[in-house]
Design a binder for this molecule. Sequence first.
Ligand SMILES: Cc1ncc(COP(=O)(O)O)c(C=O)c1O
Length: 485
Amino acid sequence: MLRPWQISLGERLDPARATPIYMQIIQALIRDIESGRLVSGTFLPSSRELAAILGVNRKTVVLAYEDLIAQGWLVSAGTRGTMVSTSLPESTRADAPLPEGCAVEADYEFLAPPVRPLAIPAGSALKLDEGAPDGRLFPAAILTRAYRTAINRASRENRLQYRDPRGSPKLREAIATMLKVQRGLPVTAENICITRGSQNGIFLASQVLVRPGDAVIVEHLTYEPAVAAFRARGAKIIPVRLDGDGIDVEAVETAARRHAVRAVFLTPHHQFPTTVALRPERRLRLLDLSRQFGFALIEDDYDHEFHFETQPLLPMAAYAPRQVIYVGSLSKLLLPTLRIGYLVAPPPVVDAVAHYVSLTDGMGNTLTEDTAAELIANGELRRHARKVHQIYAERRETFARELDRAFGGRVHYRMPDGGLAFWLRFDDDLDRIEERISAAGLSFASSRSFMTSNEAERGLRVGFASLDAKEARAAIEALRTAAFG
Ligand SMILES: Cc1ncc(COP(=O)(O)O)c(C=O)c1O
C-alpha cells in the first residue's frame, strides 16, 4: 500500500540541492499529505525503514518526523509508530492521485474565453499568415548588441527598477519624434503610452472607452482579435458595411442614431483584411460624426511603414488628435516577438491607459523598450526599414505573379497599395475550398474569422512578406493544389 509513495519520495530527494535532506523529506511529506497522496491515519514506515529505503542516515528521518509531529502533520502512536494526523481535514483528492506533471483541471469556477473562430489552426508544416514580417531579415547580432547597450546603460543609471507604466521615456521620445516628423501627428512624449504591441493598445483603449453595454462600431470585415477585446469589455458590437473605399459612413451615422456608440474601430491606412485605404472624404465625414455623437475613433495603423504605391495618406490622428486614439506597432517593422506598440492620445487619456497598464502588468518591458530606443537612436531601425521595404516590394510583385501563374482566373485580387498581405476572392464555394486547404494541412486564417456579419463579402487574407520567392511559389502551389486539385 505504501510502496508507490515511498518510491516516489525517494525520487524527489536531491542531495545536490541547497535544501538539507531532512527539510526535503518534510516538504515532500507535507506536499503528499496536502495532495491527498497520504491520507489521515496512514502509518508511515519506521524511521529505520525509511532511512534504509531512502539511503539516508536514520537521524535525518527522525529529525524530519519530529518536526512534522511538532507542526501537527504527523502524530506519534506510541509503539505502533508514526502516522498522518487524524485531525487534518479529509482531502477530497484522497482517492485521486495527482498526475506528476501539470494540474489538468481547476476545482473552482473561472471565466473561460468565448469560442472564437480560430485565425490560425494548429499543427501544420506550411503556414499562410495574415501579413507577418520576415523575422529572419533582422540580424540577431544587432539586436543582441542593442540589448547589451540598453542593459548596461540602465544598470549604470540605476534604472533596473520599477518604472513609469507609460513606458521607457527614451522610447516615448523617439516614437513621438518619428510620428511627428514622418506621419504629421502633433505629439510629444506626453501623448504616448508604450504598449505590448498594437493588440495591447486596442485592449487598453477598450478599457478606457467602453462600459459594459456600450456600442462599438466595427466594419463587417475586420480584425477579429480587436472585436474580441471589445466583447471582453462587454461591448455590443455593431457591424457596418464596407466597400472599395472603406467603411460606409452613412451606415455609421445610422448606427450612431440608434445606439450609444462609444467607439469606432478602423484600420484606415490598409483596411484589415481587404487592404483598401479609407477615402479622404469619408475620413472627414467620420470625424464630423465623431464630434456630433461624441464617440472616439480607434485608428489601428498596424503596418503603416509598408506602402508601395502612391503617397500614403496621413493618419486621421494627424488632423484630429482630439477624436482619435491612434495605435501603432513595431511588430511589422521590426519583430513581433519584441511586443512593442504605442498608443497615442491626449495626456489625460494616456494617464488613464497607464493606470490599466499598472493594473495588468505593473509596467511594460522597459529593457526591451530601451533596446528599441537604442535601435532608433543608432540608425539600425531606419536601415532595416529601408532594406525590408525594398525586399517586401519585390515579394509583393513576385506573389502576384505566382498567384496569376498558379490560379489564372480562379482567384480575384486587387494589387494591394500597401500592407503585407493580399485579399483573395474566389468564384467557387469558399467553404469547400477552405475545408480542402485545412485537410491538406495548410494553416491559414479562416474567412469567417474576419466576418462580423454574414452579409460581408468572403475572402482569404494571405501574407506575402514572410516568404521568399521559392517559399511563395511553394505556398501558392500548395494552396492551389489543395483548393482545386
Ligand atoms: C489589423 C491588426 N491589428 C493589430 C495587430 C496586432 O499586432 P501587434 O500586437 O503585434 O502589434 C495585427 C497583427 O497582425 C493586425 O493585423
